[in-house]
Design a protein around this ligand. Structure first.
Ligand code: 5AD
Ligand code: SF4
Length: 473
C-alpha cells in the first residue's frame, strides 16, 4: 500500500484537508480534541463528521477503565478499512492515536497496528503540525514525552472553535495528578499536577465568551488543586480564580470539575454561597463509604471529612445538589465495606452519580494485590448500588416537576419547534420555543420529569428574570 505522504504536509497555503477526531473518555479529552482542531486549523484542516472523508483521523483514547486497549484496536481495525478504501480510490488517510492509551502503550500500538502513522500523548498535541511533518517525511512517529515546555503556551490564541458558538464551553485550567490513588492510571498517563496561570485562564475565558459561551466549565483531573500565578503576582487558589471569572461580562454560569475532597477548602466552599454564577451542583467523588477501603485506595480522606464537607456545602448553599463517583469491588472490599458505601449514599442523597466495577489497570498498586473481589460479587454489589443511586436520581428529578428552574438554552431540541437547555443541575431541559432563545438564560416552570431529563411548557412561561433562589430538591 502506498501512502502519498507529501499530500498531508502541513502548509498554510495547501488546499483544505479534512480532519475527523473520535473522542472517548472524559471532558478533558473533549477539550483536548477541540484544541487539536485549533492547532491544525491554520494548517488547512477543517472538521468532517465522516471518517471516510478524512485526510487525518485522530482517535483520542481513554485508559481509565475496562478493556481500553482492546476497544482501541477494534476501532482502529474499522478505521483501517476506511483508510484502505480511500487508498483504493487514490486518496490518503493519516491515522493517529492520541490520549491516555497512546501515552501508556504508544510503542505497542505502533508494533501491533502497522497502519497507524502517528501516536502522541496528551502533553504533546501542541506539536501536531511538526509531528505530521515528520510523518509526511515517511517515518512512523511516536511522541509520548512529558515535555518541559508548557503545552498551553504553544496553542493558538484564536477563539477556540470548540463547537463554534458553543453556549457551554470547557476550559482546562489544571492537568495531571499527584494523588496516586491505588486504582488509577491518571498520574501515569497525564503526569504531575500543573496549573495554568490566572492570566492565561482569564484570556481564554474572554475568548470563549466572545465566541458565544455563556457557561464555562473549568476542567482539571484535580481541578480544586488548582493554584497558579495570580494577576497580582501572588499564588492564587481556585476560590480567587472563580471570583475573578465570575466578574467577566457576558458570563452567566460557572462550574468546575473534577474535585478531590481533600482539596475542598473553606474558601472554596464559601464561593458556593457568595458567587451567584457558580451553579449549585458539585461533582465530588468519594469512591467508597468505608474508611478501610479509602485507606487501601490511598484516597487521603476519610468518611468523616466527606460528611463534614457535605454539611458545610449545604450550609453555604442550601440548594446545592451533589454527584459523585463510586468504585465497587476494590481489592479487599468486604460485605461490611460495601454496606458502608450504601449507608453513605443513603444518608447523603445524590442528584446523580457514576458507579463502576473496579477494573485492574496495569502498573497501578491495586492491580498487584492478591485479594481481588470475585467478579460475580462485584457485579451484584454494582447492581445494588446502581439501583439505589437510580432511585435517588429519579426522586431528585421528580422533585423538580412543578418547580421553576433557571435554564440556559444551548441548542435546538429533538423535535421541530423545541429548544434544549440545561438546568442548574445539568439536567437537559426541553421546551417549545424559538431558536432565538439559544444563548439566553431564563426561568421556566418544569412540567414533567423523565429519568434523565426534564421538560417545560411553552416559552411564554419565561416571564421572570433568573435568580438564584432555591428552586429544586
Ligand atoms: N476501576 C474502576 N473505576 C475507576 N475509576 C478510575 N479508575 C478506575 C478503575 N481502575 C473511576 C473513579 C474515577 C472515575 C473517573 O473513574 O471512580 O473517579
Ligand atoms: Fe486518579 Fe485519584 Fe488523581 Fe482522581 S485523585 S485522578 S482518582 S489518582
Amino acid at each position: 500500500m502506498t501512502i502519498l505522504r507529501d499530500e498531508i504536509r502541513p502548509n498554510p497555503k495547501a488546499t483544505t484537508k479534512r480532519l475527523h477526531v473520535v473522542t472517548w473518555g472524559c471532558q478533558m479529552n473533549v477539550y483536548d480534541s477541540a484544541r487539536m482542531g485549533d492547532v491544525l486549523a491554520p494548517h488547512g484542516y477543517v472538521p468532517t463528521a465522516a471518517p471516510g472523508d478524512a485526510d487525518l483521523v485522530i482517535l483520542n483514547t481513554c485508559h481509565i477503565r475496562d478493556r481500553a486497549t482492546e476497544k482501541m484496536f477494534s476501532e482502529l481495525g474499522r478505521l483501517r478499512l476506511l483508510k484502505l478504501a480511500r487508498e483504493a480510490a487514490g486518496q490518503t488517510m493519516i491515522l493517529a492515536v492520541a490520549g491516555c492509551v497512546a501515552q501508556a502503550e504508544g510503542a505497542q500500538i505502533l508494533a501491533r497496528a502497522p497502519y497507524v502513522d502517528l501516536v502522541f500523548g496528551p502533553q504533546t498535541y501542541h506539536r501536531l503540525p511538526a509531528l505530521l511533518e515528520r510523518a509526511a517525511s515517511g517515518s512512523r512517529v511516536l511522541d509520548t514525552e512529558f515535555p518541559a515546555e508548557e503545552k498551553f503556551d504553544f496553542l493558538p490564541d484564536e477563539a477556540a472553535p470548540q463547537t463554534p458558538g458553543g453556549v457551554i464551553a470547557f476550559l482546562t485550567i489544571q492537568e495531571g495528578c499527584d494523588k496516586f490513588c491505588s486504582f488509577c492510571v491518571v498520574p501515569y498517563t497525564r503526569g504531575a499536577e500543573s496549573s495554568r496561570s490566572a492570566a492565561a485562564v482569564l484570556a481564554e475565558a474572554r475568548r470563549l465568551i466572545a465566541s458565544g459561551a455563556r457557561e464555562l466549565v473549568l476542567l482539571g483531573q484535580n481541578v480544586n488543586a488548582w493554584h497558579g500565578l495570580g494577576l497580582d503576582g501572588r499564588d492564587w487558589r481556585l476560590d480567587r480564580l472563580l471570583r475573578e471569572l465570575a466578574e467577566l461580562p457576558g458570563l452567566l454560569r460557572l462550574r468546575y470539575t473534577t474535585s478531590h475532597p481533600r482539596d475542598m477548602n473553606d474558601d472554596l466552599i464559601a464561593c458556593h454561597g457568595e458567587i451567584p454564577a457558580l451553579m449549585p451542583f458539585l461533582h465530588l467523588p468519594v469512591q467508597s463509604g468505608s474508611d478501610r477501603i479509602l485507606a487501601a485506595m490511598n484516597r487521603r480522606h476519610n468518611i468523616a471529612l466527606f460528611d463534614r464537607l457535605v454539611e458545610k456545602l449545604r450550609i453555604a448553599r442550601p440548594d446545592i445538589a451533589l454527584s459523585s463517583d463510586f468504585i465497587v469491588g476494590h481489592p479487599g472490599e468486604t460485605d461490611a465495606d460495601f454496606a458502608a458505601t450504601l449507608a453513605l449514599v443513603a444518608r447523603t442523597g445524590f442528584a446523580m452519580a457514576y458507579s463502576f466495577k473496579y477494573s485492574p489497570r496495569p502498573g497501578t498498586p491495586a492491580a498487584q494485590r492478591a485479594d481481588h473481589v470475585p467478579p460475580d460479587i462485584a457485579d451484584a454489589r454494582l447492581q445494588e448500588l446502581q439501583a439505589l443511586l437510580r432511585r435517588q436520581q429519579d426522586a431528585f428529578n421528580a422533585d423538580c416537576a412543578g418547580r421553576s428552574l433557571d435554564v440556559l438554552f444551548t441548542g435546538p431540541g429533538r423535535h421541530p419547534g423545541q429548544v434544549a437547555g440545561r438546568s442548574p443541575y445539568l439536567q437537559p431541559v426541553h421546551i417549545t420555543g424559538p431558536v432565538s432563545l439559544i444563548g439566553t438564560q431564563a426561568r421556566v416552570k418544569i412540567s414533567r420529569a423523565f429519568p434523565n431529563s426534564l421538560s417545560a411548557g411553552n416559552w411564554t412561561d419565561l416571564s421572570q428574570p433568573p435568580n438564584q433562589e432555591r428552586a429544586c430538591a
